[in-house]
Design a protein around this ligand. Structure first.
Ligand code: HMH
Length: 221
């Protein structure tokens, strides 16, 4: 469909806020090659913790889809997301050992704890599928847009960090995010106004949490 979806209207309305997450100083420093590797390692350790918390959230979205979705292909998209998380966890372990980060001794920072708590609140069976799906899409989209930007023509991303950027910035991950966006749009189109408003608030909260998450990479924080 070439109709403008709810998600696109939010992206227009909240462009500046969204850009704050997808063009954050941390990822911009990766892109321009000035990144401090200590910051990168800090992010790596924190993100491993987040990704582990993301697994039960994804499982909860899968359960909602199986009960509430009218399109069986949603399950396949969510399942492919779970498969890539499985891969991601293995990748974090490999990458952490390459950078000398001990994943077992990472202490979750406040922004991470807050974000994981927010994910947990979305796992409740009282949170509707369109709302949870909106969060899922937004969480993945911020990483996709942030890291794809680090691979664009003219970027000076250090060789050692290109694999990280590829992980979320590759074309396949972009297509997966587009599928999530299509699902969110389809669900929201049929949802009552109050649910659409609820989903919009959740979208904005995800973006705020993502900014706080990137902020953790600051060494003085
Ligand atoms: C904080 N947001 C955060 N970590 C991630 N790995 C993603 C999004 C994408 O999966």
């Amino acid at each position: 469909s070439n109709k403008v979806g709810v998600v696109e209207t939010w992206l227009r309305k909240h462009r500046l806020v969204f850009t704050g997450a997808t063009r954050h100083p941390f990822t911009l420093s990766i892109r321009d090659g000035t990144v401090d590797f200590k910051s990168f390692k800090k992010w790596l350790g924190q993100d491993y913790i987040f990704v582990r918390a993301f697994v039960p959230f994804l499982a909860s979205v899968l359960v909602k889809a199986s009960k509430e979705s009218d399109d069986t292909s949603d399950i396949e998209v969510i399942l492919s997301g779970m498969a890539s998380i499985n891969d991601e966890i293995a990748w974090f372990k490999k990458e952490a050992s390459r950078f000398g980060v001990s994943l077992t001794s990472v202490v979750p920072q406040k922004a991470n704890v807050d974000y994981c708590r927010f994910l947990e609140s979305l796992m409740s069976s009282e949170v509707e599928y369109p709302v949870a799906m909106t969060a899922f899409w937004a969480i993945e989209a911020v990483y996709q847009e942030s890291f794809a930007h680090c691979l664009e023509e003219g970027s000076k991303t250090p060789e050692e960090l290109k694999e990280t950027c590829q992980r979320w910035g590759n074309e396949g991950f972009g297509k997966y995010c587009q599928s999530l966006q299509n699902i969110a749009n389809r669900c929201l189109e049929k949802a009552p106004d109050n649910l659409v408003s609820k989903a919009e608030v959740v979208f904005l909260r995800v973006v705020e949490h993502e900014v706080q998450f990137w902020n953790m990479s600051r060494l003085e924080a």
